[in-house]
Write a protein that binds this ligand. Structure first.
Ligand code: 5GP
Ligand code: MN
Length: 326
């Protein structure tokens, strides 16, 4: 795989007219903010843009400028000049969003997942970037592409959510500089942060109460986990996006190195979400054993089996990596 330059990607963006801007299933703030930020910039450049992911715009992110771009259902397959995959570690994680693209002359892959194999014609993967939104800021700025308060707000949300509000170790001096730049472009940090971090539905707190009821510790407190069964999810009418960030309550406990969230799915699989607080424990490598991937300190997988079976297998895999003796 040869890595493209921003200049090469900028030239392709300028030279073509129709764009599909795609991202992964179960989108997070980085996926949505990146998609809408880039779409608004291309649109301002006079391009025709379609923005799609399998799930559409999550209710929680309904305030993002340009949200109307993100429609579900996907619509009929179409021909595009350029299709762009953002924040998506493997092509299969685009899910049904790929069905929208009947053909594209050029595929661009922009991402920050180290496990990204580099699919596509033009590839820009920077595993040191804490968010895809940060890469897009650099692309937009270096290529003189349109920037305005609406674009800035989307990129700010992308970066803020993927860095845990500028707290995770992948946050760099450059991330803060970009944050400052986005504020100068018109982002109201108090308003945006309240919308992102202080506007959850009550249902999410009720879910947290249930999850904490299942909380348990292994390996003398180095591993913490909790689980969500299909029954509890149905009783509480949980939406997939309610889960985002709940694992941080486990990560926040003193002595915990690995936090795990097990979620029973309706297809006979269990979604495993993992966080590590130590560079020495690479949870992406553990998740790869179960067909998943992600980053060293934040990763996930969908493993086949019952909740109990998957819990047992995953906990054993972690114990093989960290010292599980009490
Ligand atoms: P989360 O736990 O928030 O769902 O995901 C954490 C990280 O792991 C994200 O960067 C996400 O891209 C990655 N990830 C989550 N689930 C999967 C999966 O099933 N496969 C792969 N390859 N990556 C995943
Ligand atoms: Mn991301």
């Amino acid at each position: 795989m040869t890595q493209s330059t921003f200049a090469e990607i900028g030239a392709v963006l300028r030279a073509h007219q129709t764009f599909a801007v795609l991202s992964h299933v179960r989108p997070d703030g980085d996926a949505l903010g990146s998609q809408l930020g880039l779409a608004l910039s291309l649109s301002k450049l006079g391009k025709t843009v379609m923005v799609r992911n399998e799930d559409g715009l999550l209710e929680k992110y309904g305030f993002l400028p340009g949200g109307a771009f993100l429609q579900t259902p996907l619509g009929e397959p179409q021909d595009f000049d350029v299709a762009i995959a953002l924040d998506t570690a493997t092509q299969s994680r685009l899910g049904t969003a790929t069905d929208l693209v009947r053909s594209a002359k050029i595929w661009i892959n922009i991402d920050h997942h180290p496990s990204n194999p580099g699919y596509g014609d033009l590839v820009y993967i920077d595993p040191t970037a804490p968010a895809t939104g940060q890469i897009l800021f650099e692309l937009i700025q270096s290529q003189g592409l349109p920037m305005d308060p609406a674009i800035a707000e989307n990129l700010f949300v992308a970066i803020s959510t993927d860095t845990g509000s500028f707290q995770y170790p992948n946050t760099t001096a450059r991330t803060f500089e970009i944050g400052a730049e986005l504020l100068r472009c018109g982002v109201d940090v108090g308003r945006v942060s309240q919308l992102v971090y202080e506007s959850y539905p009550r249902r999410r707190a009720e879910l947290l109460r249930e999850l904490l009821g299942t909380m348990r510790f292994e390996a003398a407190g180095k591993i913490a986990c909790f689980s969500l069964s299909l029954k509890v999810a149905a009783d509480l009418k949980v939406k997939p996006e309610d889960n985002e960030g709940l694992i941080d309550h486990l990560r926040a406990i003193e002595g915990v190195i690995v936090a795990i969230f097990f979620e029973e799915l309706s297809d006979g699989k269990v979604r495993v979400s993992m966080r590590s607080k130590s560079e020495k424990v690479d949870v992406s490598a553990i998740c790869q054993q179960f067909g998943g991937g992600g980053h060293k300190l934040a990763a996930g997988a969908r493993a086949r089996g019952t909740l109990t079976e998957v819990e047992e297998k995953v906990l054993k895999a972690i114990c093989d990596v960290i010292d599980c003796n009490p």
